[in-house]
Design a protein around this ligand. Structure first.
Ligand code: ARG
Length: 572
């Protein structure tokens, strides 16, 4: 595909030798109002060096580049050079590129040879996997797919919260009040109830705390009985988490969580000490970060046991040594901002230059509309229940609408789960948002179902055209772009053209919602084209061209949805 910005920059550079093509490229704008052209070049900055009024400079440049075949017209308006790309060339170039590249359309290779770690989801074992976890899970999955599309080698890590003093309490509670069958039947809910019970009982029986501490110490020293129980809790929890991951179509390369680093920490405590960073404070060890406005970080407790932050320091070094990452991305709630600032600062103080390649990608809170999501489990809203409910509700809606698919179960799953994912990725991640069923499942809003419905509409147009016509439309050599120069066709093509750039920007800003919004734009633009124009016309060449655009839109939507971790149903 022609990189128009680049080509234009070269052309303008011939007119303005003082500026390099790169500088010019950074100055080129894409006007909001398409009447101002597809690209515009402002000349204000040149006035000083050229000692001429900006409109005069713009006039000169416009005259100098006007004849190039790339343009339909070039205008000077005040200090701007407004450039209109030849529609026919543009459309032909973009649509054939999409057809040729297919599934790969939108991908680039900027990340070739570099490894990026995306750590996401990371729930705590023996604790509910609740609606709040949807955020890290879905945002992280999408970021990992975006980086993959940018050509990076991506490692997906689930840093399970599977270690810490709370497991002493959990094992203690299980020994006092637990039943094996209950844990097997409903692990997390049951383990949670033991944990709650522990906290109630400890009020009147403080000796339980000592018992729990002792148990944790045994766990840390690898006593078989304690390790076995802990391992069992972990396995049962993972089974439950994996059910949710399966529903969401998510997998990980590694589940190395906090426990994985439990035996790797002495090295770092020693290193901190040697580098003069550790201070003693009432038997505990801390790193004082007051100088940086980051308080004091507790590294080891007075009983010698290590903490969350110590494990994060160990994990980062381990990852650097194991994967030699270019970037190490953590998709974790903004409540943990301070924690991340602290340990990244500590790594810098330790002299690890790559500390700045560790990136915390925070996000806001999700809350629930009052009463709309009552759950069997009381106050905690389990993610699994939300997903199941989404599928059920979607099934009702599509049954009501009249179904165009033989496999309603499969479609309800694709659309229901997709709706939750899409909703999650619709807003800037940093914003808090309120989960609302009406919004999530609105087939006409800017939602997952709307986009998937548009996708199925593209598929249906191609089916109705017949196999032969669809096959011909898929052949770039058969494309006659002069039939795709109407306003609605052209606007759609402009959006398809922008997709690779949008993906790059989403990666740079760790912001999947940029992709989400762009797919909504493509879907809306396609629907405008679909309503404005008769697609299955008599004329063979015209029909082939229009079907090619339908196929290109379909491809772009599917590729975009895939980056969000969503499926695209052929019928709906
Ligand atoms: N398990 C933690 C929690 O649920 C999140 C872990 C985040 N990752 C990390 N490397 N600290 O709050």
């Amino acid at each position: 595909m022609v990189n128009f910005k680049e080509e234009i920059s070269k052309l303008i550079a011939e007119q303005v030798p003082d500026l390099s093509p790169e500088e010019i490229q950074s100055m080129i704008e894409v006007p909001q109002d398409t009447r101002m052209g597809d690209y515009a070049f402002p000349c204000f900055r040149l006035a000083k060096t050229l000692r001429k009024a900006p409109p005069l400079i713009a006039k000169g440049i416009a005259e100098g580049i006007r004849e190039n075949a790339m343009f339909e017209k070039v205008e000077q308006v005040n200090a701007y050079v407004n450039m209109f790309i030849s529609r026919e060339e543009f459309v032909g170039d973009v649509v054939s590129a999409v057809l040729k590249e297919g599934e790969d359309y939108g991908k680039t290779d900027v990340g070739e040879g570099k490894t990026v770690i995306v750590e996401f989801s990371s729930p705590n074992i023996a604790k509910p996997f609740h609606i709040g976890h949807i955020r890290s899970t879905v945002i992280g999955n999408s970021i990992s797919k975006i980086y993959k599309a940018l050509g990076y080698n991506v490692i997906r890590i689930n840093h399970l919260g599977d270690y810490g003093t709370q497991f002493g309490k959990m094992i203690c509670a299980y020994r006092h009040w637990g039943k094996k069958e209950d844990v097997v039947r409903e692990p997390i809910k049951t383990l949670l109830s033991y944990y709650t019970k522990f906290h109630e009982e400890v009020e009147t029986h403080p000796e339980l705390d000592d018992e729990a501490r002792e148990i944790f110490a045994k766990l840390e020293h690898g006593e078989p009985e304690e390790v076995e129980l802990w391992q069992w809790f972990r396995d049962e929890s993972l089974k439950e988490f994996n059910r949710v991951y399966k529903m969401l179509g998510i997998d990980f390369d590694s589940y190395n969580g906090e426990s994985f680093y439990s035996d790797k920490m002495p090295r770092f405590v020693k290193e901190l000490e040697e580098k003069g960073l550790l201070e003693e404070s009432q038997g505990a060890h801390v790193v004082n970060l007051e100088k940086y406005g980051l308080g004091v970080a507790l590294i080891t407790k007075s009983d010698g046991s290590t903490l969350y932050i110590t494990r994060d320091i160990a994990a980062a070094v381990y990852r650097k040594e194991t994967y030699d990452f270019y970037k190490n991305i953590y998709v974790v709630a903004s409540q943990q901002n301070l924690h991340f600032q602290q340990w990244i600062q500590i790594l810098e103080l330790m002299g690890y230059e790559w500390a700045r390649d560790c990136v915390h990608v925070p996000f806001g809170l999700v809350s629930l509309e009052d009463g709309t999501m009552s759950t069997r489990h009381g106050r905690v809203v389990f993610l699994e229940d939300v997903l199941n409910r989404a599928v059920e509700k979607t099934r009702e809606i599509i049954e009501e609408k009249g179904v165009a698919t033989e496999n309603i179960d499969e479609t309800a799953k694709q659309v229901g789960i997709g709706a939750v994912i899409f909703n999650e990725l619709s807003n800037n991640r940093i914003k808090d948002y309120v989960f609302s069923w009406d919004k999530v499942l609105d087939f006409n809003g800017e939602t997952g179902p709307y986009v998937q419905y548009t996708y199925a509409r593209c598929a249906s147009v191609l089916r109705n055209a017949g196999e032969e016509a669809a096959a011909k439309a898929a052949d770039p050599a058969a494309l006659k772009p002069q039939y795709l120069t109407s306003e609605s066709a052209f606007q759609l093509v402009r959006l398809l053209y922008k997709l690779p750039e949008v993906i790059r920007e989403a990666g740079d800003r760790y912001e999947p919602s940029i992709v989400t919004r762009h797919i909504v734009d493509i879907a809306q633009s396609f629907n405008r084209f679909y309503h404005d124009e008769h697609i299955l016309v008599e004329d063979e060449e015209e029909k082939t061209a229009k079907l090619a655009l339908v196929l290109a839109a379909k491809t772009a939507i599917r590729n975009g949805l895939a980056l969000l971790g969503m499926e695209a149903p052929e019928r709906m």
